[in-house]
Design a protein around this ligand. Sequence first.
Ligand code: BGC
Length: 366
Amino acid sequence: MKKKRRFNAPAVLLSLCVFLQLSCGKDEKKIKIGVSMPTVLQQRWNQDGENIKQQLENTGYEVDLRFAENDASIQQNQIEDLINSGVKILVITAVDSFSLTEVLKKAKAADIPVISYDRLIMNSDAVKYYTSFDNFKVGQTQGRYIKTKLNLPAAIDLNNTYNIEFVTGALEDNNTNFFFGGAMHVLKPYLDSGVLAVPSGETKIEQAATKQWLTENAQARFEKIIESVGYGPGEDDVRLHAVLCSNDTTANGVTNALLKAGYTKENFPVITGQDCDVISVKNMTAGLQSMSVFKDTRILAGQAAELVNAIAKGLQPPVNDSKSYNNGTGAIPSFLCDSILVEPSDIVSTLINGGYYTSTDIGLKD
Ligand code: BGC
């Protein structure tokens, strides 16, 4: 007797999947994008790297993401490796904005356009686009915050003077000039008029710089400043009213140094920051950092993904500034995103309700 054939649903489904995979997946070789970030160890770059990777993968690209251990020569080698491995576009945040000229000649020779991400890569015409935040404005936001909190405009009439110190970033990072420049633009008139004094005497960008933006380097320098000036929370100590820190990793170093010197939240100076890193958001909640500038890295990563997509498809890439960012080879078409001032009272509305962090991430109860 002829056996009746039964319909085997799982088997049919399986063959269908294999067929679809072979016929559709096989030929569509994904375009490979190389992404080179400064270090996995700082929240900022870890998060940006993952965001860019995810957004590009969601749009159908293959991504090779590398982190350079904050070392310019490691980054050069990684970029060379990415070029040799056949990437079609490079997205790079330079450890040293001035050290990629040679390796990027190879990118240019291989027709690989470079998107400079967050930090402008200098002296290379392989750089076709730049996307970042308005970093001068970030510095101005920090400067204005100090101006408002200390009420500097009223100080002359009130005969008040304030002590301030400066802690900025790595000199190899082109952004450092913008952050420091923006803040100084606001604060310089008050330094000139004597309303603001810098007891350490370290007012120049080279003196205020922090190697590799590392917390421990900022802390070590600030411990020395506390000691040499005689800052402290006691009645006989020199009062410290504000510390302009260009970002959160440096602010964390200053905070650690102040805590070690006996300061408590009751007598902390005004401290600025940038990035809304988890540690700084926790410090803000605890009264140990006054503000941070929030740069939504999801938006910046999305912008980079759009640039990649437009270049890959031969479309017109989105830019909103075509003249301000000259990297030494000419103005680089740029897209600048907006940043937001965040004070402790904004943490819930901006960072949690905006889905950037959960309450648990930053140590708050649900
Ligand atoms: C970025 C900042 C960051 C700093 C240290 C700068 O180039 O713009 O967001 O805090 O590097 O990593």
